[in-house]
Design a protein around this ligand. Structure first.
Ligand SMILES: Cc1cc2nc3c(=O)[nH]c(=O)nc-3n(C[C@H](O)[C@H](O)[C@H](O)COP(=O)(O)O)c2cc1C
Length: 294
């Protein structure tokens, strides 16, 4: 991470001790062009008791009415005033970010993107789950349709401190992918691409990209896409492979060749497609095998 330049400091003597309010500016151009983050820190003695951050991608447009720098200066002035008038509020650290859930790691994380609980993607997810167990690895299927996952709101605040402000069921998914060695995406093709629920998760995983850039928490997983479609041939999969490929690339996940199973409008059941289960299990087994280079 590049160093941050100190822009402003206020030292405030109060009956509750000496406080320092500091405004620093950090160039995050290595993440996105022109991205700048301002951080205002309140320090009591040597202890950081409050932090507020804002970055230039949070404002709607470049040159919009409320410039990021101006916003940071307003927060700096308000905090300095608040510390001077209510120092007792700042005698203990005030932390407003929710930590990710703790717990052990899951080797194989499976995102099941179909809304159909007992459909083809669900069957494929259970084969992958079983294949992981046969290899002696832990696995977890996330049935996305059953979770409360809201769309990304494009606020860019995950680039301030590595946390997303949207309060829903996303944290366990973020934690699981961050610790996984294999990520499997099982999805049907919906109108040429992935279903909306899976797309929401993909977009929200920008949070993982931010965690890598801001907190240096890297994803080390290898990836596998298994997609099913109603129509025959390669055409239904053009977009879905691109979307999931971009998702994995964005997170530094190294994908293996996808397994694509079409013609389900006619056959209906992926279990009846000769060789499909074997191909899917073999693709996952190849990813689970220990590798010399790793
Ligand atoms: C809303 C919707 C959109 C679909 N769009 C496509 C499509 O664009 N191309 C295609 O080949 N199949 C399409 N299908 C068919 C599904 O991909 C197919 O039925 C698949 O087997 C469903 O997977 P599931 O059993 O895992 O839910 C669509 C199905 C639905 C419900």
């Amino acid at each position: 991470m590049t160093g941050s330049a100190e822009e402003k400091t206020a030292t405030i003597e109060t009956p509750d001790g000496t406080f320092t309010v500091r405004l620093t500016c950090e160039d995050l151009g290595r993440i996105y062009p022109g991205m700048v983050r301002y951080t205002i820190t309140v320090i009591r003695g040597t202890e950081v008791v409050y932090t507020y951050a804002i970055n230039s991608y949070e404002s709607a447009r470049q040159g919009s009415l409320l410039d990021t720098r101006v916003a940071a200066e307003i927060v700096f002035a308000r905090l300095a005033h608040d510390v001077a008038s209510r120092p007792h509020i700042y005698t203990r650290p005030r932390v407003f970010i929710r930590p990710l859930p703790g717990g052990g790691t899951t080797d194989v994380v499976i995102l099941q993107g179909s809304p159909r609980r007992f459909g083809n993607s669900a069957a494929i997810a259970s084969w992958c789950d079983d294949e992981a167990a046969r290899s002696g690895l832990s696995s977890r299927i996330f049935f996305l349709q059953e979770m409360d996952i809201r769309p990304c709101i494009g606020c860019y605040t995950c680039y301030n401190n590595g946390y997303c402000p949207v309060d829903d069921d996303m944290p366990p998914i973020i934690r699981a992918i961050e610790s996984a060695s294999v990520l499997v995406v099982c999805t049907p093709v919906y109108t040429g691409t992935v279903p909306a629920g899976l797309k929401a998760v993909i977009d929200r995983c920008q949070w993982l990209h931010a965690r890598e850039k801001v907190l240096e928490k890297e994803v080390h997983a290898r990836g596998l896409l298994v997609a099913v479609a109603g129509r025959r041939g390669a055409e239904p999969f053009v977009c879905v492979t691109r979307v999931v490929g971009m998702f994995m690339e964005n997170l530094g996940i190294r994908p293996t060749g996808p397994v694509l199973v079409g013609d389900l409008d006619r056959v209906r059941d992926v279990e009846k497609i000769e060789g499909a289960e074997g191909d899917i299990r073999a693709a996952l087994r190849a990813l689970l095998a220990p590798r010399d280079e790793e």
